[in-house]
Design a protein around this ligand. Structure first.
Ligand code: TXA
Ligand code: MG
Length: 391
């Protein structure tokens, strides 16, 4: 397959890009394209590739020019450091001043997997890649295509999520093509991802380990494994960052993805206070109450001429009406509560769909904050700009 995209008309992100003004062809290939992709990385070009979390936009992590191209293609501020992808502990060694005892144990236990570790960098990592910091974020993805790409390239691969800055992270190749088609050399299509929210980030560069971003590897798991309580960066808990706050992950200070629609999370006090401890009957009561409120609100919005999206779970879908034929109301199912990974995998795709359907409002049921739910709710709260209605 060969696709070509127009460069023009996309939101101001390509400014300053080397290839600005030139029409760039973005090749889309399946995993048979890995060798060609590796060649592109070695030449200093950009390749989007699948990982188990989200698609990444990769370039040679040792090349300042490649890093600059990544920032330009995404329209991302260049003080927001990139995650460096390696194929194992051996690759990581020359990039950091020391692999501490904790780091080594964590790598052995959780790599390959959705855990990014922040360590002090050596000068092999250019400041362009680390956003001017003395530390570097390292991760070994659990995806055969990604691992082969790293090995074949022979260099560590710097890769942020492969979305335009301000859009949700891409969970399938089509999302990447939509955002970055015409701006990058190649997209490796490895099908939809398995996890769907970005990796957990653990900072090991200070005295105590601190979680900077929640993901599929949870704080509880990390604390239990390290035998020491892992701190949680306040920027995660507050969800927003004030002028005076200096979040340790620079990315947290930028406005995060929010859909075009005004999004609201809805829950009951009962569920918010008691969470998983809630009994079956109370849970049903809470679900019905939430659904009734959302239904009534949706009807009012529709009668005022707005387009409405509802985000619920499989268990509560029967409480809502069918989608309207004219597209003004659509109800989307994140997945079953029993399968947290189905829910994380669906979130960004469904939010993109609501954008495409030009919804004005989205009402989403709040989910459990427990375990991986903490990562899911973190992304949902950001998308909702922290608007949460408690009944
Ligand atoms: O799952 C993932 O981690 C995906 C896939 C592609 O691997 N990547 C990803 O990258 O989500 P990105 O660039 O969208 O998010 C990286 C986050 C940013 O918030 C950035 O500020 C933070 O990691 N970060 C990177 N290096 C850091 C460092 N040295 N210190 C603190 N935070 C850092
Ligand atoms: Mg990102």
């Amino acid at each position: 397959m060969r696709f070509s995209f127009q460069r023009c008309g996309r939101p101001g992100a390509a400014e300053g890009s080397e290839s600005q003004g030139k029409k760039m062809e973005t090749i889309i290939r399946g995993i048979e394209g890995i060798e060609e992709a590796a060649e592109i990385i070695r030449r200093g070009g950009l390749v989007a590739f699948p990982t188990e979390t989200v698609y990444g936009l990769g370039g040679n992590a040792l090349s300042p020019e490649a890093a600059r191209k990544i920032y330009a293609a995404k329209g991302r501020p260049s003080d927001n450091p990139l995650i460096v992808h390696v194929s194992g502990i051996k690759d990581a060694e020359p990039l950091v001043t020391e692999i501490t005892e904790d780091a080594r144990r964590l790598m052995a236990r959780f790599w390959p997997g959705p855990l990014t570790l922040i360590l002090r960098k050596t000068e092999r990592i250019p400041r362009e890649t680390s956003g001017g910091l003395d530390t570097v974020a390292l991760r070994c993805p659990e995806n055969a295509c990604a691992l082969r790409l790293i090995s074949e390239s022979g260099v560590p691969i710097a890769a942020p999520s492969a979305n335009l800055s301000g859009k949700p992270s891409p969970t399938e190749a089509g999302h990447v093509a939509k955002d970055l088609g015409g701006r990058i050399d190649m997209i490796l299509d490895g099908g939809p991802v398995g996890i769907g929210v970005e990796s957990s980030i653990l900072d090991l560069s200070a005295d105590t380990p601190i979680l900077l971003r929640p993901g599929a590897v949870t704080a509880e798991e990390l604390s239990a494994f390290l035998g020491q309580k892992v701190g949680i960066d306040p920027a995660i808990l507050s969800g927003t960052v004030s002028e005076t706050m200096h979040p340790r992950a620079p990315g947290m200070k930028y406005r995060h993805y929010a859909p075009e629609a005004e999004m609201y999370l809805v829950t009951t006090r009962l569920f918010r206070d008691r969470g998983e401890a809630i009994g079956r009957e109370e849970r049903e009561l809470s679900d019905r109450r939430t659904a009734r409120w959302i239904r009534e609100r949706a009807e009012r919005e529709l009668s005022e001429g707005r387009r409405v999206g509802i985000l619920c779970v499989k268990e509560t879908r029967p409480f809502y009406p069918p989608d309207s034929p004219d597209g003004t109301l659509s109800v989307k199912v994140l997945g079953s509560r029993e399968e947290m990974l189905t829910m994380t995998r669906s979130l960004f795709r469904l939010l993109r769909e609501f954008d495409e359907e030009k919804k004005d409002r989205i009402y989403a049921e709040s989910c459990s904050d427990r375990g991986v739910g903490f990562a899911l709710m973190n992304r949902m709260r950001k998308a909702a700009g922290m608007r949460e209605i408690i009944l």
